[in-house]
Design a protein around this ligand. Structure first.
Ligand code: 4AD
Ligand code: MG
Length: 429
């Protein structure tokens, strides 16, 4: 058995091989059946001539509908006209399972494709994205491990949120109220005083009602936290990990990248440093572009689009106004109205890919910040121990893996960055 991907790399020309997969497309012309077969690595056309295979094999090929499971034996030949440049001249074919008429036909609507997502995951578009996702996840692990970070794991069921009450999913926990994690934030700040350089990739949950092209209610979050470090050091890691993921995807999946509308060259050029500007500078740039934003307001889709217009690399915006920011972010010692927080913002409508900051080390400032945000500091008492016993300067960030993949693959909508998207409107299939 060989994989279609291996054949498409030119590894079996002239050999007689066997492969198995599902019928992607099929047509019969005269005494020939052209059966395009897919497996997890690609598609290839098998040409089945009536006189080259046993009669029952030809009859089966004629009868089998798309998505039937098949095993094909044949000789690999180079053929410029065939999709992918190679084809299989079949000597035998066996239908493992005759599929019923497949529900997805020509020109399906977006809504219908979401209804039959369990079948649509077989499409060439989705499988290309899954392969890139696979490579991007590996690259994030590789980057942080290579930089001396420990992989550690926080709980998913939590007692208190860190990113504001409005997006917290509530959970009944044996008669008490618990929450699904929004971020590993509080746990990271406890663990970082044990392990110094830590990272993890896991699911985060946001009860985000906004229906946008870049919000999911469940997404995969790559997070890092570093002791003895400030904002500048972790911005370098944010640039480093995004660049590393782009390099790996460009090297390992060039065909998938092209199929989705980017080029490997575009991704290869994503190298640090990224353009940096402060929030105040961003407002000035926006004003010059005719976009007015009141000081203190968060950048929205509109502003992020305007700022990244024409860029080929993500940009980094730093020093946000304190008013909009979570309690754990460090005040800027030079400007008490600002925090040492940053976002990495991607173009093509993707927006914020990474959000991070230096962390406030002063116990009283955090307690005050919690109260200002309407939280009860008592609920955070265990967390505040990180500021009672050996508090040191530390910083970190979170990166939405689907945002990264959306940007790398130039997807219009974030839902295609994940096999079974969770949005306010849907949690099935
Ligand atoms: O900016 P956020 O809310 O930051 C935090 O949660 C920090 N505690 C992270 C940290 O410092 N460890 O979220 C981080 C990233 C965002 O930049 C975005 O990429 C992604 O998580 N994100 C979402 N992705 C998809 N759907 C959503 N609803 C998302 N909300 C945040
Ligand atoms: Mg953010």
């Amino acid at each position: 058995m060989v994989s279609i991907g291996d054949i498409l790399k030119g590894r079996h020309v002239g050999e007689t091989v066997e492969l198995r997969g599902w019928i992607y497309r099929t047509r019969t012309v005269g005494g020939k059946a052209f059966v395009v077969v897919r497996d997890s690595t690609g598609i290839i056309q098998a040409t089945i001539s009536k006189d080259a295979v046993p009669p029952e094999a030809f009859a089966a090929a004629e009868k089998a509908l798309i998505e039937s499971a098949v095993e094909v034996k044949g000789t690999v030949t180079k053929d410029k006209r065939a999709p992918g440049g190679y084809e299989l001249r079949a000597t035998d074919l066996r239908v493992v399972h005759f599929a019923e008429k497949f529900p997805i036909q020509e020109d399906p609507s977006e809504e219908f494709l979401l209804d039959v997502r369990h079948l649509w995951v077989r499409s060439q578009r989705m499988t290309a994205i899954f392969r890139i996702r696979h490579t991007a996840f590996a690259a994030v692990h590789e980057y942080f491990r290579g930089q001396g970070f420990w992989e550690v794991h926080p709980p998913m069921i939590t007692s208190a949120g860190s990113e504001g009450g409005t997006t917290l999913f509530e959970l009944e926990y044996f008669g008490r109220k618990a929450h699904l994690t929004q971020s590993w934030q509080l746990y990271a700040e406890a663990l970082v005083l044990a392990m110094e350089r830590i990272y993890y990739i896991g699911p985060s949950f946001r009860a985000e009602k906004s229906r946008t092209t870049r919000h999911l209610t469940e997404y995969w979050h790559a997070e890092m936290e570093q002791a003895w470090a400030g904002m500048d050091e972790v911005i370098k890691h944010a640039e480093g990990v995004i660049s590393h993921a782009c390099q790996r995807v460009a090297e390992e999946r060039p065909e998938d990248v092209v199929a989705l509308g980017r080029t490997p060259e575009f991704l290869k050029a994503v190298k640090p440093p990224f353009e940096r500007l402060t929030y105040d500078e961003a407002l000035k740039q926006l004003k010059a572009k005719g976009v007015d934003l009141e000081w203190g307001k968060d950048l929205r889709t509109l502003e992020e689009r305007a700022l990244t217009e024409g860029t080929t690399k993500p940009i980094v915006v730093t020093h946000y106004p304190r008013v909009t920011q979570a309690f754990y972010k460090a005040r800027d010692p030079k400007h008490p109205d600002l925090v040492l927080a940053f976002d990495v913002i991607g173009g093509d409508g993707v927006g914020e890919i990474v959000g991070g900051s230096e962390r406030e080390t002063d116990l009283e400032t955090i307690q005050k910040g919690l109260k200002e945000q309407g939280e009860d500091p008592k609920a955070y008492d265990w967390y505040l121990d990180s500021r009672r016993y050996g508090s040191v300067q530390h910083a970190g960030f979170g990166m939405g893996m689907e945002r990264l993949i959306q940007w790398i693959c130039k997807l219009d909508h974030i839902r295609d960055a994940v096999p079974f998207p969770r949005t306010p409107a849907r949690f099935a299939p």
